[in-house]
Design a protein around this ligand. Structure first.
Ligand code: SF4
Length: 523
């Protein structure tokens, strides 16, 4: 699903229309209508007020070429910014709670998940067939279809189309695929101005940051961060962090750019083989503007987005927004089958590593992902460390299993940024066994010598101990008494990330094994 900036969008009411927000504003700034606070996801999200001085926004992971990303270092900086950390944790848990409410309201929820999973697995195992069918039907609808092997080819194809039309400005709705492809920076290099139309994504573009979440791209920002950003770029008052004012300022600034743009670009949530149409889900209606205002529309579509038939779409539409934001449906679910009157439409089908992922026995089902973000919202590590700490296009649990397929070394530490509690797998609407895949990636990293020195030494020692039960028992007995007398620097040091945010519990006087032997084994 394409973006919703959680804090700011409270002000957007029913999407990005041209009229000002009509609903009244309550004392706590939440939109109310006829005396009742709005109940859909945006209206019901609690605005967050800060009574203390503004805290500088923590930035994401430090990227150094192909070097291994240090997520724990960036996470530690995020945790050290308590206003941001608390807001992020609260906001995403709020979404998770709403998702649970929606789930409990649908008795057939588990059947829907099973069906969605089965449809995706069937499609992925017949992908060539359904992609061919989609291409044929899209062409019959008057759409130009292109194939891109990787991000570079995608960017070149889009650039070629724009060049042929003399286009210099492009309005664009949110697309994680274009983030994968490094699309904006490519377009900047060739002199084409790209304007993001999703509110959260536009905030991130103005701040020169990547999206930190697949659905709510600027969810890591406090309203004060946005006020300062808009003051710099839009000339607003930096002291005014009223979300309604900020959203309106952004709307007024972007609307003329949208009306004047030479071309429009959208992503795609689902590509339907049977009809050759695409479906895009947004909460702001910005994809409709991008697809319909300029005469030229280009849609970037990952090849895993195809589903066989229109009837299958209903299964995913029922799951998507409920899982993502805890709202029954996105404000806009737009079906686009061909070019607008007098216009031209292109679809670029992009592989960018997906075929290779399909061949990975333990990881191919990650291609079932519909980018709802539910696994991120529920993940305790993600909620407390912020999406940009992962230093990759995808963050949170889904990122841990996708990112290493793009660059195994660079993202080799990410599968360790999980407590393996399994909550991600439980909420996933397409039943991806996320935590098992995270665990499997850890094994792959170990086999490929991608562990850090400290982790490798610890794993080796643990391996020896666990392989020798007698030695293990002696070690445990010794460790228990040793832990009680160990100097603090031995555990709480720079070398031991475990000790950074934890206290070692008091060791019991006796192990369960020896207690059992003494009390029960004789009976
Ligand atoms: S892995 Fe599942 S829960 Fe996570 S974003 Fe994808 S579909 Fe949603």
């Amino acid at each position: 699903m394409k973006g919703l900036q959680s804090d700011i969008l409270i002000a957007m009411g029913a999407g990005a229309g041209t009229r000002p927000v009509e609903s009244a504003v309550s004392a706590d700034d939440s939109p109310v209508k006829n005396g009742r606070r709005l109940q859909h996801a945006e209206g019901a999200s609690r605005p967050l007020h800060s009574t203390t001085a503004r805290e500088p926004q923590p930035r994401g992971a430090r990227i150094r070429g192909n070097h291994r990303v240090d997520q724990t270092e960036a996470a530690a900086r995020f945790i050290a910014a308590p206003q941001h950390e608390k807001m992020h944790d609260d906001r995403l848990w709020d979404l998770r709670t709403k998702r649970d409410g929606q789930m409990h309201a649908i008795p057939e929820w588990e059947e829907l998940r099973a069906l969605a999973s089965a449809i995706k697995e069937h499609t992925l195992t017949h992908l060539d067939q359904y992609l061919d069918e989609f291409e044929q039907n899209a062409r019959a609808n008057g759409v130009h279809v292109h194939w891109a092997m990787d991000g570079d080819e995608h960017n070149q194809i889009v650039h070629g189309i724009l060049r042929d039309h003399g286009a210099k400005t492009l309005i664009k709705s949110k697309s994680m695929l274009t983030e994968e492809c490094g699309f904006r920076s490519y377009m900047a290099r060739v002199g084409i101005e790209v304007i993001e139309t999703d509110l959260g994504e536009r905030i991130q573009q103005l701040d020169n940051e990547d999206p930190s979440h697949v659905v709510v791209p600027a969810v890591h920002k406090l309203r004060g961060d946005v006020a300062e950003l808009f003051a710099t770029h839009l000339g607003t008052d930096p002291a005014d962090d009223n979300v309604h004012h900020l959203a309106e300022a952004q709307r007024q600034a972007t609307r003329p750019l949208i009306l004047d743009a030479d071309a429009g670009m959208t992503g795609c949530n689902f590509a339907i083989a049977e009809t050759g149409g695409i479906t895009v889900c947004t909460n702001e209606g910005n994809a409709d503007l991008s697809a319909n205002v300029p005469k030229l529309h280009i849609a970037s579509v990952g090849i895993e987005k195809v589903i066989p038939r229109l009837e299958h779409l209903a299964v995913f539409i029922r799951l998507l927004s409920r899982s993502a934001l805890g709202s029954p449906i996105t404000q806009y679910t737009s079906h686009i089958r061909g070019p607008r009157d007098g216009g031209e439409m292109h679809v670029v089908l992009v592989d960018n590593g997906r075929s290779a992922r399909l061949a990975l026995e333990k990881f191919w089902t990650s291609l079932k992902c519909i980018r709802c973000g539910a696994c991120m919202n529920t993940c305790p590590v993600y909620r407390r460390s912020g999406g940009l700490s992962y230093g990759a296009t995808y963050s949170g649990p889904i990122g841990l299993i996708i990112d290493p397929t793009f660059n195994r070394h660079k993202y080799s530490s990410l599968p360790f940024s999980s407590s393996l509690n399994g909550s991600c797998s439980n909420v996933c609407p397409v039943k991806i066994n996320i935590h098992e895949q995270i665990s499997a990636w850890r094994q792959v990293m170990a086999e490929n010598h991608e562990l850090t020195f400290v982790k490798k030494a610890a794993m080796k020692a643990a391996g020896v101990l666990l392989a020798h039960p007698a030695l293990y028992r002696v070690a445990i007995a010794t460790a228990d008494s040793a832990l009680n007398g160990l100097p603090r620097f031995a555990i709480y040091s720079r070398l031991n990330a475990w000790g950074k945010h934890r206290e070692v519990p008091h060791a019991p006087r006796e192990s369960f094994h020896s207690w059992y032997k003494r009390n029960r084994s004789a009976s």
